[in-house]
Design a protein around this ligand. Structure first.
Ligand SMILES: Cc1ncc(COP(=O)(O)O)c(C=O)c1O
Length: 446
């Protein structure tokens, strides 16, 4: 039988393969939120509000961490984790260059200096072997990110931190429920920050939470970001009373969103299991692929699949990744590349010749002598070059959907000879555009 023609070349698309709606709220969650709106109960100032306390206790039980503060965003939770550790201007925090910017901007917004490790080439997770050479007398903390729902190697990272007396702050925004060494992420660090904005695994509207085993850190964070530092709450330490005022970041969470958190957490494990089952099916169906591969995980590493991150072998395929993505898009399956460049090389982290709007960190970085442009990140750059990342809202148990998704990938793979010709034709027709699509040596070094 003749191979079906690629949609990019005029054939019929095999997709789309419809994901599930996410987030989805139960009737009870919606009714509870509506009731709060009807009663005008839109503000909760801390543990005296029953809805705030309910959400914080539910998350604390689920995370297995004693102290939880619900906040307005994941960025707020990370920044306040650092504030609770009393990170100051000039302090250094070691983090990863393969992430969403918030895991770096939370450091910059404390006036502190981000120092970047390399990332592992298959997963994009912080490479623990590259931490130790970066430690100086100014280093205060290590901030790994559980990117794409994959757990970072927390046992290794915590070992380095303990050896050098450093704090650990986990960014679990993309990885609620992911496990490593038998524990959920967010249970290893001195603090962790999670985003609960609508796209996230524990999705609401806009929200986040800080989790910490340290009561002291919790109150110092509250002092700086909650209404009057949450000082009327039970347990507020007397020694902090003289410092209570309204000189705070306003990072409160409305009870209208807090009640959604309480209700969403009841089904998050079920949803994550569904995501995992669907990934397992797709992996099985694509086992024979010679151009697509999935990161390998140790037995004790269990991702929760916020996104599905795969790796593309351009040499084996004989086409650029972007061409493969275009062919998938024509089949109506959108697969992106999440991180555009190591964060350290982003324009707004330039310390010399920066021409954009003023930032609150450029002078701090200059004073610290930070020069990220000359630093290379071979593992991170390798991941960026080959990563194929897909939103993964495939939650419901429907093997037929995974079969259809696999068929799309396999159709494009079978169509590679035709795709190579198409790419060559494109390059001949628009050589300038093609040169641009291929990162030049200058861009890689920029
Ligand atoms: C890894 C990571 N960290 C932090 C954040 C920040 O979360 P938020 O948007 O809720 O501030 C996000 C997502 O938005 C994220 O993906």
């Amino acid at each position: 039988m003749a191979k079906p023609q690629l949609a990019l070349l005029g054939g019929r698309p095999l997709g789309p393969v419809k994901p599930d709606q996410h987030p989805r709220f139960t009737a009870r969650a919606i009714a509870r939120a509506v009731k709060l709106l009807e009663k005008g109960m839109t503000v909760g100032l801390g543990k005296h509000h029953p809805i705030i306390v309910e959400a914080e206790e539910a998350i604390a039980r689920w995370q297995g961490v004693e102290h939880v503060m619900v906040l307005s965003s994941g960025h707020a939770a990370l920044q306040m984790s650092l504030v609770g550790l009393e990170i100051e201007p000039g302090d250094e925090v070691i983090t990863t260059p393969y992430s969403w910017g918030a895991s770096t901007s939370c450091i910059l917004h404390c006036g502190a200096i981000p120092v970047f490790t390399d990332a592992l080439p298959d997963t994009g997770l912080m490479d623990p072997a590259t931490i130790e050479p970066l430690i100086t007398t100014r280093t205060r903390a290590i901030l790994p990110v559980h990117i794409h729902g994959q757990p970072a190697d927390m046992p290794a990272i915590v070992r380095v931190a303990r050896r050098h007396g450093l704090a650990v702050v986990e960014d679990g925004s993309q990885a609620h429920g992911a496990r490593v060494a038998g524990k959920r992420v967010g249970r290893f660090g001195d603090a962790s920050g999670f985003s609960c904005m609508g796209f996230k695994l524990l999705g609401t509207t806009e929200a986040g939470y800080l989790a910490t085993p340290h009561e002291d850190l919790y109150w110092k964070a509250a002092l700086c970001c909650q209404h009057m530092g949450r000082s009327p709450d039970p347990g507020f330490p007397k020694r902090l009373l003289p410092f209570v005022d309204s000189l705070v970041f306003s990072y409160r969470l409305s009870p209208v969103t807090a009640v959604l958190l309480t209700e969403q957490i009841k089904k998050v494990d079920r949803e994550i299991d569904g995501r995992r089952r669907n990934v397992a099916r797709l992996r099985g169906l694509l086992r024979g692929s010679s151009v697509l591969s999935f990161p390998a995980y140790r037995d004790d590493e269990v991702p929760s699949y916020y996104t599905l991150s795969m790796n593309f072998d351009a040499a084996a395929a004989g086409v650029r990744r972007e061409t493969f993505q275009k062919a998938l898009a024509a089949e109506k399956v959108e697969v992106g590349s999440y991180v555009p460049a190591p964060i350290a090389h982003w324009e707004r982290l330039k310390t010399h010749g920066y021409a954009g709007p003023k930032t609150i960190w450029t002078k701090h970085l200059q004073a610290a002598g930070a020069d990220y442009r000359s630093q290379r990140f071979p593992g991170c750059e390798a991941k960026i070059k080959k990563s194929l990342d897909m939103d993964w809202n495939y939650i419901g148990d429907d093997p037929g959907r995974m079969r259809r998704l696999a068929d799309v990938f396999l159709k494009v793979e079978e169509g590679l000879p035709a795709l190579r010709d198409w790419e060559r034709r494109q390059d001949r027709q628009a050589p300038a555009a093609a040169r641009k699509a291929r990162p030049s040596r200058r861009e890689v070094l920029a």
